[in-house]
Design a protein around this ligand. Structure first.
Ligand SMILES: *[C@@H]1O[C@H](CO)[C@@H](O)[C@H](O)[C@H]1NC(C)=O
Ligand SMILES: *[C@@H]1O[C@H](CO)[C@@H](O)[C@H](O)[C@H]1NC(C)=O
Ligand SMILES: *[C@@H]1O[C@H](CO)[C@@H](O)[C@H](O)[C@H]1NC(C)=O
Ligand SMILES: *[C@@H]1O[C@H](CO)[C@@H](O)[C@H](O)[C@H]1NC(C)=O
Length: 405
């Protein structure tokens, strides 16, 4: 009798583990690691540019665009793309299937409740023919679609790019760019991302507040509030708070890094690195925290052409050296633009709150985390250890509240 029971239990356990946890390939882990290094180098590169205010990039999506270049390129055009991913030694076929697996895993709406709509498009001049094999494999690996532009009509090119981005994000994105180079290949990532909290903010706990862009400039917006037990660290030496809030099923989390008071983020950016983040993560402890976050959407467009060039992608962007002949069958293409555009919506949505800790000692004397001034944030994936987003909120959307002298 007990043998049958045991057999049943074993059978059930095997069935459960087969459906619940998909084991990732070794290679996907390596690529996720490469994307984390890319996160910090790209962030720092963008932060150098004084005209850039908000920053928002998805390193895993940039990684897939580099994979696309490796697919379409030959020789050093392709190998430079792989090097930036720290994947110089990875075989091509493995690179493409590893990146496909990584992105499919982290953007799966079923297991993660996430709203993450990613549209990738490759544009080329109408004079160029895209090779069938490239069209097929870039669709299969990178969900990339393809389109042609009239080289001599920039105005309508810009218009059709912006319209495509708006349509593919269900109206969340309004503008990718005001200008393009139409004579080459152009990669565009258009995304809409909305985190789904592991435990929701109550939609009634939202009110009108102000966000201090600087000491003398306030923007009016809504803030959402909630008290809970979160990983938290008060870095007294650097006068910063670090807070990590889990997203659905704790498969990923949003990590906020915020100075105590309103100040330009340069001081924090000087110490921000992959190693520093690891140090902070190790020091975090479950803490009662009263969290207030802006309930806003950010719409950020970056041209990554120059940053990627500075990180080592020098051949693809050079008309005389680029070899993208796996795309067109000829050495007649160079990479003229890379646009990376995201609408990011911070909202109250999430799974049910476990209210059993309310009114207990665990939530006594909560620390305050009041995000009403510029901060840096990352969406970190627990399962793959990749960085889904890295960015900074410096100037959220909203009306100017007041300007003091
Ligand atoms: C991944 O594979 C490499 C080479 O096959 C091996 O050296 C390494 O230990 C593996 N890593 C993990 C995490 O399994
Ligand atoms: C979240 O995902 C789980 C499955 O992982 C599903 O059962 C649940 O309905 C989802 N909840 C929401 C609010 O989307
Ligand atoms: C491309 O644009 C130019 C300038 O607007 C126009 O004269 C030409 O007819 C267009 N070509 C095509 C194929 O639409
Ligand atoms: C790219 O070109 C190389 C060399 O001609 C070829 O071996 C390879 O199969 C091509 N890749 C694709 C995806 O067409």
């Amino acid at each position: 009798m007990w043998i049958t029971k045991l057999a049943w239990l074993l059978l059930l356990a095997t069935a459960a583990s087969a459906t619940a946890v998909k084991v990732l390939s070794n290679l996907t882990t390596i690529l996720a690691d490469g994307s984390t290094s890319l996160a910090f180098s790209l962030y720092q590169n963008l932060a150098k540019d004084k005209s850039v205010e908000n920053i928002l990039i998805s390193p895993v999506v940039v990684a897939s665009s580099l994979g696309l270049l490796a697919l379409g390129g030959k020789g050093s055009t392709a190998s430079q793309a792989k090097s930036i991913l720290s994947a110089a030694k990875v075989k091509d076929e493995q690179l493409h299937s590893g990146l496909t697996e990584l992105l499919t895993e982290v953007s799966d709406p079923k297991t993660r409740n996430v709203t993450w709509k990613i549209s990738n498009r490759l544009y080329g001049p109408s004079s160029v023919t895209f090779v069938d094999g490239f069209i097929k494999s870039s669709k299969a690996h990178y969900k990339c679609d393809h389109s042609k532009l009239n080289v001599s009509d920039k105005k309508s090119a810009v218009k059709s790019i912006n319209e495509w981005a708006t349509k593919s994000t269900e109206g969340r994105l309004h503008e990718v760019t005001k200008d393009v180079e139409t004579d080459g290949a152009m990669i565009i990532n258009a995304m809409f991302f909305k985190p789904h909290w592991n435990e929701q903010f109550h939609h009634k706990m939202v009110d009108d507040r102000g966000f201090l862009v600087s000491g003398s400039h306030t923007i009016s917006l809504q803030m959402m509030h909630r008290t809970g037990l979160f990983d938290f660290y008060n870095d007294e030496a650097n006068k910063l708070y670090i807070l990590s809030m889990p997203l659905a099923h704790k498969l990923s989390s949003v990590v906020f890094i915020m100075p105590y008071h309103v100040e330009p983020l340069e001081r924090l950016e000087k110490i921000l690195s992959r190693k520093q983040l690891d140090t902070w993560m190790e020091k975090m402890k479950p803490t009662a925290v009263a969290v207030s976050l802006p309930k806003v959407s950010m719409e950020v467009s970056h041209s990554l052409q120059k940053p990627l060039q500075e990180l080592g992608l020098t051949e693809a962007v050079d008309k005389s050296k680029a070899d993208l002949s796996n795309i067109s069958g000829k050495k007649d293409l160079y990479l003229s633009n890379v646009f990376h555009v995201t609408a990011f919506e911070l909202d109250t949505d999430g799974n049910e709150i476990d209210s059993s800790i309310f009114g207990t000692d665990k939530l006594k004397n909560p620390k305050l985390f009041y995000a009403d001034h510029p901060f840096i944030f990352l969406v970190k994936d627990q399962k793959t250890k990749s960085v889904l987003f890295i960015g900074r909120m410096v100037r959220p959307k909203g009306e100017k509240l007041r300007d003091e002298l």
